[in-house]
Design a protein around this ligand. Structure first.
Ligand SMILES: [Zn+2]
Length: 501
């Protein structure tokens, strides 16, 4: 037997396609060929594998060695295949029993001493491997992450030597330390922390219930950032499936993953100097950007007119589709990016337009230019625009700062979401125009109210449907089967920026 076959996994977005690793050891001048890897990756991998095999007390065959990684068109540029390559070479040279290694999958980079090093994308590999009948061996430093997959086929090792002892003599391997994902009650933030701003909180609750995108307009210091940061606390925790998606994105992005908070929705706040690549993802190999790190959670853009036009424009497509495709020379990678957008801006360049306590010295033209930095198409994708006015002096608390009321609100939002899902299988913000016609009928009188508002305010066709979706959510929050006049009028009121300043 001179050909040995085993398996490993590539990284492609948050997928981890299976890679076949075949080694052939034949007579001929000593030389190692690795087919299917980029040139520099081959050189580095050869050096590591050779040193690690020797350090583990085995022989590196001085013969002609060919290792083939298939399929050929997958990105294979890192050291993630080192362990599989080392095992297949030792099996092909009969130093370990060759017949058993095709029931294994290996993932891990080797150090020159044979220690196993962490690689990206362990969780996606463990999820894909689960239930396929092949044992997966990963570096023990990645144990917690792999264990989230709850797979019975999962083993960990700290070195090549440990793996070889297992394959040669059946010495048992370790199991990953199971993370007990108990309900975590460490969330201490609450909507009740925000003083005053009852109408902004109302809009935030509507946004939370229907998953509507929201834009807040108000002078500095009115609590816009604090309001936005409380949105994730109003939305029900992520399901197991949603949590695994978020953890998989963290895994391939090499973000520190907080296991303690793993059911809590992400809240990302990229700065306005963030580049388009950092926002949507990219570089080589392509890594997820902020919009994917906010998947299933909230992306908060403070001072939104300050972001570059290019950055704002690239948000449009994922806002519609919930995903982003990143193209690199030879490959296309998809990352999920189903995020809720919360944006905030000042009413004018100086920030104090409409504030009775301070003087605004911006001209009408300056204000217009400032607001038009938000392009129509992006604005069209935001369902609610609200004003967050300066707080009247002496505002300390009101009934919306009551913590038990905040708990009730959270329950109402959860109930409202369930109602939407039972009625139409999705949240209201996700309804298509055709579904809106079906689920958001208006009385004749209300249709006239809406038509008049649309004409008077110059609202776009997209804005028209947004109003209906928001009105549907407002009616759902109070368990009304049909949209009534007050629901519609309130929804029309949330189109602040459709009006001139
Ligand atoms: Zn101003």
């Amino acid at each position: 037997m001179t050909v040995a076959t085993t398996f490993s996994s590539a990284e492609l977005g948050i997928d981890a396609p299976l890679v076949t690793v075949e080694a052939d050891v034949s007579s001929g001048l000593p030389k190692t060929l690795i087919v299917g890897l980029a040139e520099t990756a081959v050189r580095e991998s050869k050096d590591r594998v050779k040193a690690a095999i020797k350090a583990s007390g085995f022989d590196y065959p001085s013969r002609r060695i060919t290792v083939n990684l298939a399929p050929a068109d997958l990105p294979k540029s890192t050291g993630r295949y080192d362990l599989a390559i080392a095992v297949s070479i030792l099996a092909a040279s009969n130093q370990i029993p060759p017949e058993c290694i095709d029931s294994y999958e290996f993932l891990g980079e080797l150090s020159l001493t044979g220690a196993l090093r962490e690689v990206r994308g362990i969780l996606p590999t463990a999820l894909r491997n689960k239930g396929q009948g092949r044992r997966l061996i990963v570096p023990d430093v990645c144990g917690f992450e792999a264990a989230l997959a709850e797979s019975k086929d999962l083993y960990v090792a700290s070195s090549l030597h440990e793996v070889l002892a297992h394959l040669a003599t059946g010495q048992p391997l370790g199991r990953p330390g199971q993370w007990h994902a108990e309900e975590d009650n460490s969330e201490t933030r609450s909507i009740a922390d925000v003083k005053g701003q009852a109408s902004a909180k109302r809009a935030l609750a509507i946004a939370a219930a229907g998953r509507h995108n929201l834009l807040m307009i108000g002078p500095p210091g009115t609590g816009k950032t604090m309001l936005a940061s409380r949105l994730p606390t109003l939305i029900p925790r992520m399901t197991l499936e949603e949590s695994l998606q978020v953890a998989s994105i963290a895994s391939v992005s090499r973000q520190q993953f907080e296991y303690r908070h793993w059911r809590q929705r992400p809240f990302r706040t990229p700065h306005h100097t963030t580049s388009a690549v950092a926002m949507v993802g990219g570089s080589s190999p392509p890594k997820p950007g902020e919009i994917s790190l906010a998947h299933n959670g909230v992306l908060f853009l403070d001072e939104v007119p300050e972001y570059s036009r290019q950055v704002l424009e690239v948000l449009r497509e994922p806002l519609e589709s919930g995903e982003i495709w990143i193209s690199r020379a030879a490959q296309q990678v998809r990352y999920p990016a189903h995020f809720q957008l919360i944006a905030a801006m000042n009413p004018c360049p100086c920030g104090y337009f409409g504030d009775d306590t301070r003087e605004c010295d911006c001209s009408a033209q300056q204000i217009h230019r400032y607001r038009s930095r938000l392009s129509g198409p992006l604005l069209d994708r935001i369902d609610l625009h609200i004003e967050v006015p300066p707080l009247p002096a002496g505002t300390l608390s009101d009934e919306t700062t009551d913590k038990s009321k905040a708990g009730e609100l959270k329950l109402t939002i959860a109930k409202t979401r369930t109602l939407m899902l039972e009625r139409q299988g999705m949240l209201n913000s996700e309804l298509t125009n055709r579904q809106i016609t079906r689920h958001c009928p208006l009385s004749q009188a209300d249709s006239r109210v809406l038509d008049e508002a649309v004409n008077k305010l110059g609202i776009s066709a997209r804005g028209y449907f947004k109003i209906l979706k928001v009105a549907r959510t407002i009616a759902d929050l109070s368990e009304h089967k049909r949209i009534g006049t007050p629901h519609l009028v309130e929804a029309i009121g949330y189109r602040k920026l459709d009006r001139s300043p």
